[in-house]
Design a protein around this ligand. Structure first.
Ligand SMILES: Nc1ncnc2c1ncn2[C@@H]1O[C@H](COP(=O)(O)OP(=O)(O)OP(=O)(O)O)[C@@H](O)[C@H]1O
Ligand SMILES: Nc1ncnc2c1ncn2[C@@H]1O[C@H](COP(=O)(O)OP(=O)(O)OP(=O)(O)O)[C@@H](O)[C@H]1O
Ligand SMILES: [Mg+2]
Ligand SMILES: [Mg+2]
Lengths: 268, 268
């Protein structure tokens, strides 16, 4: 199974889906075969890539994958890019699986089935803004956690709880789980507190070094993704930033992030 | 009891708390006596106003108010402004109240008790980014719903579900509940799709006119609140925009919104 990254933050509207889609697209353009999993009932990543889920059930979805992992299937979303789409049924799955056998491991099994069927180099999971059963499946399926967040004062407050959840999952369900780091989204160079917040995050990770916690090797991933209108416009055209506005700052930033991300894929 | 407005949107990071705090502060500066209720376990409104909740339980919180409505109390947060603070205990209250008698009506009872104790002209409730028991208390306590949202393509997708929840609450718990309208937050005049999204929202409300739904009189509230760094900086100083940067665009926009909001308080 290829390396699996969960893009996770229980706080809403911080850039998870925008990062999942554009990082996936950027890695695909670098020649990596990428599986993007839309784990959110809001299905923003699915909408963003312009993938339509047929009403007759003929389109495989992450809902089907969670209920029947061994027959999980995916949809082509571009060159080198496959999507496991979401749809609103997914909101009910937490209740449906609440008492099920191995309910935290369904997504992992589905990923294994999908990756037996075709060669995949990297898996990205777009998590919903919550710490419920869906996100737990995302964490239990992952090798590393990437945390999209904004460099805002209030954003720091949620990170502690997020890391605590990662630690619990690592202890109870997936001991190898690590936090790769933070992607700074909607980054505003001009804001007076931006540097201060970035400094706080870096100091926090520096103090965690070699402490035996899942984030002991975490860092701020580079570069930050600047606020760029084009990134907010692309979803309404069903396109990644590279199709919609390849010259935009948002395209340059995600392309650069993807190049640095390759180092995470292959630490050797 | 004065008029009660619930600032609600289950989507995260759309501007609920920033609007709750700065609209409350603006109304207070216009001479209205305002009660702001922080209904979110994240307690961002409480942090934003620089109110510290003592560890010894001596500070009244919305948690106490939900468990014992008749003795609900509040904290002064500025001239003409009172806050019912939140704190992280609040996250547990949904479980604690899950089977309780009248569990949707606790906040309403608390507001009545608070407003018997002191003269209040308007109540604003900052809801968490969810449709759970806390938000249901907020809706069941309210006369009108105000929906902070961004003029982004993906933001339109969540509004349908939100309005459906309002309709259910109106049917089952509070027939008089109305949707006053939408506040456009982090508004970007330059973005190509902004006008299109605003047009979609206005068309939606126009078609709902006189249809007997809670949003039949809803509209886009004016003006939109432009994206302004100062609004994101103010919380780290524990101040509203009017104390932190009174000349900033964000201060002018929230002051103008408050003046139009007065018309909602007194439709006569
Ligand atoms: N760098 C950026 N510049 C401008 N707009 C952005 C940027 N990143 C994200 N956005 C916009 O901000 C909004 C929230 O982003 P996004 O949907 O990626 O967040 P999210 O964390 O996935 O949200 P949710 O918690 O609802 O899943 C979207 O409208 C998106 O288009
Ligand atoms: N007009 C604006 N300009 C710039 N930044 C803004 C603006 N409005 C809000 N922000 C910032 O955006 C972030 C999200 O805003 P806010 O906390 O008000 O949203 P919310 O809907 O209350 O979020 P949550 O769902 O977590 O409660 C905050 O860091 C805030 O400071
Ligand atoms: Mg998302
Ligand atoms: Mg908030």
């Amino acid at each position: 199974v290829p390396k699996v990254f969960a893009l996770m933050n229980q706080k809403g509207g911080v850039g998870k889906s925008t990062t999942a889609v554009n990082l996936a697209a950027a890695l695909a353009r670098l020649g990596k075969r990428v599986l993007l999993i839309d784990l959110d009932p809001q299905a923003h990543a699915t909408l963003h890539l312009g993938v339509a889920v047929e009403g007759d059930g003929s389109t495989p979805t992450v809902y089907d994958a969670l209920l029947e992992p061994n027959t999980a299937d995916v949809v082509p979303a571009g060159e080198n890019l496959w999507l496991l789409p979401s749809e609103t049924d997914l909101a009910g799955v937490e209740a449906e699986l609440a008492q099920a056998e191995g309910r935290h491991h369904r997504l992992r099994l589905a990923i294994e089935a999908i990756c037996r069927a075709r060669p995949i180099d990297v898996v990205l999971i777009d998590c919903p803004p919550s710490l419920g059963l869906l996100t737990l499946n995302g964490l239990a399926a992952a090798d590393e956690v990437v945390i999209p967040m904004q460099a805002h004062f209030l954003a720091l407050h949620g990170v502690g709880k997020l890391l605590e959840t990662v630690r619990l999952v690592a202890q109870q369900v997936r001991p190898s789980l690590k936090v790769a780091g933070v992607v700074l989204c909607m980054y505003d160079q001009q804001a007076s507190h931006t540097q201060e917040v970035v400094g706080d995050i870096e100091a926090f990770f520096a103090e965690a070094r070699d402490r035996g916690v899942p984030w002991q090797r975490a860092r701020v991933l580079w570069p930050p993704i600047r606020r760029n209108i084009k990134l907010a416009e692309a979803p309404s055209f069903g396109q990644s930033i590279f199709e919609y506005a390849p010259q935009a700052a948002g395209a340059r930033d995600y392309a650069a992030l993807a190049r640095h991300f390759l180092a995470l894929l292959d630490p050797s």
